[in-house]
Every structure is written in C-alpha cells, then in structure tokens.
Design a protein. Structure first.
Length: 322
C-alpha cells in the first residue's frame, strides 16, 4: 500500500508539471482503438436489432474493462518481481497518464487565449477539442460557457474520480475507470448508431461516477472556500440544480461551479446537428466572460489538491491501522 501511495503522489506531481505531452503515446488512445476494433467486430457477430446491439455493448464493456485492468496489473507484477523500485516508477508513470489536471487546464486555456485575442474561429476550434456539442455556430459567451462547463464536469471525470479509483486499487483500477469513461465518451450517445450499443457503457459510467461526482462537488465547495468565493450560494445552487442534467452525475460539479462563480450554465445545445433541450444550471447573477475560464481552472486545481490530500490521508490511516 505504501508503494501505491507513493506512486499516486508522484503521478499527481508529474501530471501537474508535464500534463499530457502530445508527442508521447497515451494509453487512452490504445483503449480507444480497442473499443473501435471490438465495436466493429461485435456489430458483425450480434443481431442487428435493439436487443442484439445492447448485448454487444455489454460484451464490449466486459472485454474492454478486463483488458484495461489486467494488462497494467500484469506489467506491475512483472516489475515488482524485478524490483519494488521499478514497480514504483512504472506505477507512477501510469498514475500520471490516468490523471488529467494540467491537460484539462491547458486545453481550456487555449479557448481563453483565443477569445482574448478576438479570434472566434480559433476559439471554436479549441473548444471543439474538449466538448461533444456542435461548435461551428457558437458565439463568444456560448464558447466560454462550454469551456467552463467542461472544466467543471471533468474536474470529477478527469481528476477526482481517477484519484478515487487509484486510491482503491492502484493503477489497474485507475485504468479500469479510464476504460469505463472512454467507452461512455465514444459510445454513450442517444442518437443512432450508438443508441443501443452504447446503452450499457453509458449506464455503467453513471454507476462508477456516482460517488466520485458527489465527492467532487463537496471538494469543489471546499476549494471555493479557500478561494474566498460565495460558498453559501454555491451550496444553494448545488442543492437546487444538481440533477438538472440528463446524467445523474454531470450537474453535481457544474452546479457548484455555477453557484460559486455566479453564472448560469448548461441550456439547449446541438449535438450531431440535433437540438437537445436541456435545463439550465445556476442563476445569471452576471454575464459570463472569458475570465471565467481561468476562474474555473482555479477551482479545478483547488479541488484536485483537496482530493489528493483526502485520498492520501485515507491511505495513511489504513496503513496506520494495519
């Protein structure tokens, strides 16, 4: 357990320093290729009916999670057989690749920089890299809103939830979570051709994120207190709007962020050319502005640090009890 704790802290630190360099291959890319390959294969093997596609999605979920969990577990076991220090180094690198604090900030700040220079086309291109909605027609406030929502939501999906699973089961369970989250990102749509095959991956992502999303919301309120933001209003909006989303988890942190920053987030959006009617989150106490992107990033970093302290503290307590 002490080696796992060390790897968790080292991986977190490396991520804050380096982020995700585009020049290095990322395990999530390989997970994505595995999902693509299995989707193509299973669509051929299973009946082309709603039930058949849902069953294919269930088999795909099992295969991807088993491979994504077992492979790093075997690698770490082999490393440990050679030296515990080699295992520590390998698991630290794995933890680094599972956590996405700096990359989330870096990608969202590209949107901020483009908006600051007045380059709307570049801002649309930058935000299209971090959101699933259609961005070609978005104006500056809508681009800013999309970026802030993504930072708020992915504070849980990209940082706190990975830390949660890394704490429970080290890098193998961390990669299990990344596989679950990646399948939801690739397949979890209500439009064809993903409506049926993506049903089980989407539901399982909801299950796995249920507790981390709520922990993230509470930790973000703590970060708001540290940043001297109106925590009382953040709590009010969280309690009122935390389910104003099709997902039971996404609005947990979005509502806290909206309340702390005094913004109204969410609302209608186009996905793959189809308008989705969505509830709003928060009250528009003021107009949204590009500076809200770095403000949301400060909440991201504060929440990430509090999460690391919480989970590392839990591991230390468990070590003391043993």
């Amino acid at each position: 357990m002490i080696w796992s704790l060390g790897a968790l802290c080292l991986g977190f630190g490396i991520d804050l320093l380096l982020g995700d360099p585009h020049s290095l291959p990322h395990p999530v890319v390989f997970i994505g290729k595995l999902i693509d390959a299995l989707e193509t294969l299973l669509r051929r093997l299973f009946p082309k009916s709603a039930a058949g596609e849902q069953l294919a999605g269930g088999v795909l979920w099992i295969l991807v999670t088993v491979v994504s969990t077992a492979l790093p577990a075997v690698i770490l076991w082999l490393c440990h057989e050679i030296s515990p220090w080699l295992r520590l180094a390998a698991e630290s690198l794995m933890c680094w690749q599972i956590i996405a604090t700096k990359s989330l900030r870096s990608e969202s700040m590209k949107v901020y920089d483009a908006l600051n220079t007045g380059d709307l086309e570049q801002a649309r291109a930058a935000v299209s890299m971090i959101v699933g909605r259609d961005t070609a027609q978005l104006d500056a406030p809508a681009i800013t809103r999309a970026a802030v929502e993504t930072v708020a939501e992915n504070t849980s999906d990209g940082v706190v939830a990975p830390l949660f699973f890394l704490t429970l089961g080290g890098a193998p369970l961390g990669f299990f979570y990344k596989a679950v989250n990646t399948m939801d990102s690739m397949l979890g749509y209500v439009e064809p051709p993903y409506r049926n095959i993506g049903r089980i991956p989407a539901k399982m992502d909801d299950v796995m994120n249920y507790l981390p999303a709520r922990l993230s919301a509470l930790l973000m309120l703590g970060a708001g207190w540290l940043l001297r933001l109106p925590v009382k209003h953040g709590w009010h909006i969280f309690w009122r709007d935390r389910y104003n989303h099709a997902s039971p988890n996404s609005a947990q942190t979005e509502s806290v962020c909206a309340g702390l920053l005094g913004l109204q987030l969410a609302g209608d959006a186009f996905y793959h050319g189809i308008l989705h009617k969505k509830k709003t989150i928060g009250d528009a106490l003021r107009d949204i502005e590009p500076a809200d992107i770095p403000r949301s990033c400060r909440l991201l970093y504060g929440t990430a640090l509090l999460a690391l302290l919480l989970f590392a503290g839990i591991k230390l307590i468990l070590l003391a009890v043993r």
